[in-house]
Write a protein that binds this ligand. Sequence first.
Ligand code: R5P
Length: 295
Amino acid sequence: MADLEGNIAAKQYFLQTPQVNTTFHVKGAGSLDFGMKHRLGRIFDAADGRTVMLAFDHGYFQGPTSGLERVDLSIVPLAPYADALMATRGIIRSVIPASATNALVVRATGGPSILKDLSDERIAMDMEDAARIDAAAVACQVFVGGEHETQSIHNLTQLVDAGLRLGIPVVGVTAVGTNLTRDARYLRLASRMIAELGAQVVKTYYTDEDFETITASCPVPIIMAGGKLLPVLEALTMAYSAVTQGAAGVDMGRNIFQRKDPVAMIQSVRGVVHGDLKPHEGLDLYRELSHGEQD
Ligand code: R5P
């Protein structure tokens, strides 16, 4: 029991200083509960509201794709430069050091491989397991217009309900397959549907035309998806264009880990997303850090 003698009487009430209600830096998240906000705050930097997320969950349908043959060797050295890591629970548990301080965005849907119809996904993990891993969010693929559109939407809404119970946000990913287009009209539809159905974050592709209409009409943060490997300047230009048109950051995989110098590339992406570097300045940084690599 605390010793009452010597217990100094409390008197620091700062009566002239009212408690300030804080605002929250993540779009559309003002009314969420504390745990949800705290997790989103691990993904999106409070200084600028943006994130650099490194995606390496490809193995869940592609197996050991190029650049991800040995995640321990290719990805772990990149982690210090990422705000968030997007991966499967299998890779997180087996390879990612628990000492990593990154926000973890855990792939929560799956099923078909590249040999089958990818839209035929199911929920592939329990939200309780996401809590056990200390996930900052889970990710769910949504196939608007796909063969299994309704099922993938159902996966999303089930995860959103489970996430709300535990305070874990859901990142809805606008999946594009061979039969799904990537123009602003389609991605506006898909992104808005995902947000309206409850996802706290949307990941979608950059479009050369009208990208800002996708971010403007989506009430939660949009994170730009990376896509196939592009020349360095093109990849950095895409990231720059996305964040200057309202995206709250990027989630890039192959454009980082398939690069000749992935450590230099992720730092250049970071410079563009968080450091306000122009694409050419990002390219200069890549060349400097990689000792002259062109791509
Ligand atoms: C697609 O949305 C999956 O999450 C991918 O496995 C991954 O995020 C794609 O990353 P990238 O297209 O940048 O290689």
